[in-house]
Write a protein that binds this ligand. Structure first.
Ligand code: 9MG
Length: 350
C-alpha cells in the first residue's frame, strides 16, 4: 500500500470559543461544524509503520503541502444532509431488532406486533431514524435465510411508514435491500459495508437509497475469535475509504454515504477503545460518521455489567464522548435517554 497521510484532529472548542478561533484562523470546523479543532496529529506512513507529529491547525493550513491541504479541506467541509437530515446537531437512530437472539434485547420484539409497537415508541420518543433488522449480527450468531429475514422486517417497515421517523433497513442481503426499499425504507444499514452479498453494491445503487457503510473484520459467527490489526484506527479508516470509493464507482454519490467504524465487530476491548479515542480522524473520509456503542460488550467489560439492558449509563457516556469528536449520528436502544442527554449536551455547547 502507498504511503498515506492521515489527520487526527484534537484540541476541540465549542460555541463562541469555536467561532472566534475559526474567525482568527486558529481553528477549523470539524466536518463544517459546530465543533472546531485547533490541533491535529499529522500521521504519515502505512498502518503499523507510521510517524506522527502533533501540529497546530494554523501551521498545518500554512504548510503548502497539497496532500495535507486537500485532506484538511475534506475534514473541514460541511457535510451534505444524510437522507434529508442535516448533520449540524446530533441525530438519533433507534434500534429495532426483530430477532429472537440479539445481545441487547434478544427476543423482546421478535413478533411483528411487538416490533411495530417498539418502532412506534422509538419514533415517538424522538428517533430521527428507526433501524429495523431481522438478522442478529451479535458475535457467534448464525445467518438467517432471505425468506426468514423478509418475513421479519417487511411487515414492520410497512407498519411504521407514517411515524415521521426515517426507516432504515439493517441488512447484508441485496434481495432484502430491494424489497425494503419498495416497502418504504429510506436508508440501508449494512454491517458488511456492501461486501457480504456480491449483488449488494449494485442493489444499493439501484434503490438510490443512502447507505451506512460499517466496518467489520470477519463474519459475525467468528469475528471475535482473534481479531488482529497492526493499527486498528488507520486500518478501519483505509477500509472505509476503499468502500466509499467502491460505492462511488458503482454510482452511489458520497453525499448518500455515512461511515461507521463498527464497534465490537471483529475488535477487542483495546481495539474498540483505540477507535473511540480517535474518532475525529474519520471525518477525513468526507462523509457523515455514525456510531453504535449502545449496550455493547466493551461497556459490560469495563463497567462489570453482564446484563446488556443495564448498560445505559456506560452507553450514554460513550455516546457523549463521541459527540465531543463530532460524530453526527448515534445508534441507540434507549432513544428517550439519548434524546435527553444530547439535548443537554447541545445546550451546553451552543
Ligand atoms: C446492526 N448493527 C449492530 N451494531 C451496529 C453498529 O455499531 N453500527 C451499525 N451501523 N449497525 C449495527
Amino acid at each position: 500500500m502507498d504511503n498515506s497521510i492521515y489527520l487526527k484532529p484534537s484540541g476541540f472548542l465549542f460555541g463562541a470559543a469555536a467561532s472566534e478561533a475559526v474567525h482568527d484562523g486558529q481553528a477549523g470546523l470539524l466536518a463544517g461544524g459546530p465543533i472546531a479543532f485547533t490541533l491535529a496529529d499529522v500521521i504519515e506512513g502505512v498502518p503499523g509503520d507510521t510517524r506522527s507529529e502533533l501540529r497546530f491547525y494554523s501551521e498545518i493550513k500554512a504548510s503548502g503541502d497539497p496532500a495535507i491541504g486537500g485532506l484538511l479541506e475534506t475534514l473541514t467541509a460541511p457535510r451534505a444532509p444524510f437522507a434529508g437530515l442535516t448533520l449540524d446537531r446530533p441525530r438519533i437512530m433507534g434500534v429495532v431488532n426483530v430477532t429472537p437472539d440479539s445481545f441487547s434485547d434478544g427476543g423482546l420484539y421478535a413478533s411483528t406486533g411487538e416490533a411495530l409497537a417498539h418502532a412506534r415508541a422509538l419514533a415517538g420518543a424522538g428517533a430521527d431514524i428507526v433501524d429495523i433488522g431481522g438478522e442478529s449480527t451479535r458475535p457467534g450468531s448464525d445467518p438467517v435465510s432471505e425468506t426468514e429475514e423478509a418475513g421479519r422486517v417487511l411487515p414492520v417497515i410497512e407498519g411504521v411508514r407514517d411515524t415521521g421517523a426515517l426507516i432504515c433497513v439493517d441488512t447484508r442481503k441485496s434481495g432484502i435491500m430491494w424489497q425494503a426499499a419498495v416497502a418504504g425504507a429510506r436508508i440501508i444499514n449494512d454491517v458488511s459495508a456492501l461486501t457480504h452479498d456480491p449483488e449488494s453494491l449494485q442493489a444499493a445503487a439501484g434503490t438510490g437509497l443512502p447507505v451506512v457503510l460499517m466496518h467489520a473484520q470477519g463474519d459475525p459467527k467468528t469475528m471475535q475469535d482473534e481479531p488482529v490489526y497492526s493499527d486498528v484506527l488507520l486500518e478501519v479508516y483505509d477500509t472505509l475509504a476503499a468502500r466509499i470509493a467502491a460505492c462511488e464507482r458503482a454510482g452511489i454519490e458520497r453525499a448518500k454515504l455515512a461511515a461507521d467504524p463498527g464497534i465490537g465487530f471483529g475488535k477487542t476491548l483495546e481495539h474498540n477503545l483505540a477507535i473511540l479515542s480517535g474518532l475525529s480522524l474519520l471525518h477525513g473520509l468526507g462523509v457523515g460518521v455514525l456510531l453504535g456503542v449502545s449496550r455493547k460488550r466493551f461497556i459490560g467489560a469495563l463497567g462489570d455489567e453482564t446484563d446488556a439492558r443495564a448498560r445505559e449509563p456506560g452507553s450514554l457516556a460513550a455516546a457523549l464522548a463521541a459527540l465531543n469528536q463530532g460524530v453526527q449520528i448515534l445508534r441507540v436502544h434507549d432513544v428517550a435517554a439519548a434524546r435527553q442527554a444530547f439535548t443537554i449536551w447541545s445546550a451546553i455547547h451552543a
